[in-house]
Design a protein around this ligand. Structure first.
Ligand code: ATP
Ligand code: MG
Length: 565
């Protein structure tokens, strides 16, 4: 990682440094071109965001730089247009524009096929008609060299004829593959005559029934890069052992000035799983409500949770790019999130666990409207009118009948400030069946707006909502989906570590009337409570808010310390 901030205003990382140097030395013979190559077999997650931010960021290093979006759609069994569409939506949402139209590896099937024939002509590829198990068994391992198939020495003409039969559907699945003819002795197992094509009699979401042979990842990827004029093919570290093969195919095809593969460490996060297979399982088995469940680390889930794309991009830039895999503390992501929301999310008052507070010396039908700052400390954000009256809602958690020292909130006989409105004192606690149902209070008529007339100090300030004006809301309190730092570790299934308290739904919450008609996606800070976003499930009949993340709560910290936890 570089320590100095580069002068071009783009993030510094080892890949960017390398590209900068090549640009400075005039080494590129065509426009700088990167690509983001998802397989459309799931939704994008925060790990993909790291790759997106890196690839699209690199393209900005040159005025004519570009980044393609290419779907690596070579496995028809697992891919679908739902995923193709969600991926485009999510990349756009992060704020990136790919160069031209989205591209698809499947658009190159014809070219890849022709190139495969070219390798056969050159004696560099052959059809192996043994079973896949047999092929695997004779490939050897690190200690044992591979053993050749009798098919390896067939003539180019014979191979061509067999390969065309493969394409024409004359072989069933598992009866024949096309393999590159490289080196069965190689220490690099990937170079031991890797498979280039398999027979798969499965329709493809874009090419339909046109093909019954499909290229393997290694054969498709570098060649697709070459077709698009990609200069830097940036991928995660697990592809480092594909690197020699990537280069071999391009050399065998005599591609001039071939693209170059560069590996970086993938993102792992504490308390999170990022493997697509595991995310599939969470969705498929109903542990969450879908790919866009606000607890999912998918971009669709994070959007619904209330993450602003800017916070995700800022996080990806902040963690940098390394040549090693590492695990990032999810707290860092949450820090970027709070940081951004603190600056941008308008303040609103909302009471999640309502308790009635009655001001006995306030006339029953008198309503006063106070102007409260949308972003305290930032006058440019303006203010909003908030109605106030005799009957108010306050949060149950802000009252204690028999409080300890250092409790500055509501308690019998203590004076507290209702934010921006009035100073009030609890005179009487009304109970029903042992439960507190109402606080009867008086206010100091000299404290209109919340300031003491004699300058006396009132430490506690709490939020409130006028009972006559409150909007009813359903509030979904989300927490981390997993309760352990590394849900992937150990013998047990990651599913054993699901946090049973990852969702708590509250009904009958009371929100100040300025949120009437707020559109889904609207982000606010409920003062003293946390950051929330309006869920698409909201309707004129009822507001639904998702908790994006809580504020750092100082009382919770004191209580935690006191209880020795
Ligand atoms: P998974 O391994 O979870 O199934 P994937 O790598 O197969 O994910 P792709 O659709 O192939 O998913 O990924 C598209 C691009 O995103 C690839 O270049 C891949 O290297 C990159 N990518 C995927 N996961 C991460 C991650 N956790 N961190 C950084 N980049 C990632
Ligand atoms: Mg992959």
């Amino acid at each position: 990682m570089t320590t100095e901030r580069p002068t071009d205003g783009h993030p510094g990382n080892f890949v960017a440094d390398l590209v900068r140097q090549e640009l400075a030395e005039g080494k590129l013979t065509r426009p700088l071109c990167t690509r983001f190559p998802p397989e459309p077999n799931g939704y994008l997650h925060i790990g993909h965001a790291k790759s997106i931010v890196l690839n699209f960021g690199l393209a900005r290093l040159a005025p004519d730089g570009r980044c393609n979006l290419r779907f690596d759609d070579t496995n028809p069994e697992t891919e679908s247009t739902e995923y193709v569409e969600s991926i485009q939506r999510d990349v756009s949402w992060l704020g990136y524009r790919w160069h031209g139209e989205p591209r698809f590896a499947s658009d190159y099937f014809e070219q890849l096929y022709e190139w495969a024939e070219r390798l056969i002509h050159k004696g560099l590829a052959y059809v192996d008609t043994r079973s896949e198990e047999e092929i695997r068994a004779t490939r050897g391992d690190f200690h044992t060299p591979g053993a050749p198939s009798a098919d390896r020495d067939r003539s180019a003409e014979e191979n061509l004829e067999l390969f065309r039969k493969m394409r024409d559907g004359e072989f069933e699945e598992g009866q024949a593959v096309l393999r590159a003819k490289i080196d069965l002795q190689s220490k690099d197992l990937k170079l031991r005559d890797p498979v280039m094509y398999r027979v798969r009699k499965v329709p493809h979401h874009r090419t339909g029934d046109r093909w019954c042979i499909y290229p393997m990842y290694d054969w498709a990827h570098g060649q697709s890069d070459a077709i698009e004029g990609v200069t830097h093919s940036v991928c995660t570290l697990e592809f480092i052992n594909h690197h020699a093969l990537y280069d071999w195919f391009l050399a065998a095809l005599e591609i001039p000035d071939p693209p170059r593969q560069i590996e970086f460490g993938r993102l792992n996060l504490t308390y999170t799983v990022l493997s697509k297979r595991k995310l599939q399982k969470l969705v498929g088995e109903g542990h969450v409500e879908g790919w866009d469940d606000p607890r999912m680390p998918t971009l669709a889930g994070m959007r619904r949770r209330g993450y602003p794309p800017e916070a995700i991009v800022a996080f990806c830039e902040r963690i940098g790019v390394s040549k090693h895999d590492g695990v990032v503390d999810v707290g860092l992501l949450e820090h970027e999130l709070r940081e951004y929301l603190n600056r941008t999310a308008p303040r609103v008052m909302g009471v999640l666990r309502p308790l009635k507070l009655v001001l006995t010396n306030w006339p029953a039908d008198e309503v006063e409207t106070f102007a409260l700052a949308n972003l305290p400390g930032d006058d440019s954000a303006g203010s909003r009118p908030v109605p106030f009256g005799r009957e108010l809602w306050v949060d149950r958690d802000d009252f204690m009948e028999d409080p300890p020292k250092k409790w500055w909130r509501l308690a019998p006989g203590r004076e507290v400030r209702l934010r921006g409105a009035a100073l009030v004192t609890v005179d009487e606690v009304v109970k029903e069946g042992g439960e507190v149902v109402e606080l009867r209070c008086h206010w100091d008529p000299g404290s209109r707006g919340g300031t003491a007339p004699d300058g006396r100090k009132v430490r506690g300030t709490i939020h409130w909502v006028s009972a006559g004006h409150a909007l009813d809301a359903e509030v979904r309190l989300y927490d981390r989906l997993f309760s352990v730092e590394n849900p992937n570790a150990g013998e047990s299934s990651f599913l054993d570590h699901l946090n049973p308290g990852s969702l708590e739904v509250l009904h009958g919450c009371k929100i100040e009337p300025s949120m009437v008609g707020a559109a889904p996606g609207t982000r606010v800070q409920l003062e003293r409570t946390g950051y929330f976003v309006v869920d698409p499930d909201s309707s004129p009949a009822g507001l639904v808010l998702n908790r994006t993340i809580g504020l750092k709560d100082s009382w919770a910290k004191i209580a935690k310390k006191a209880s020795g936890r």
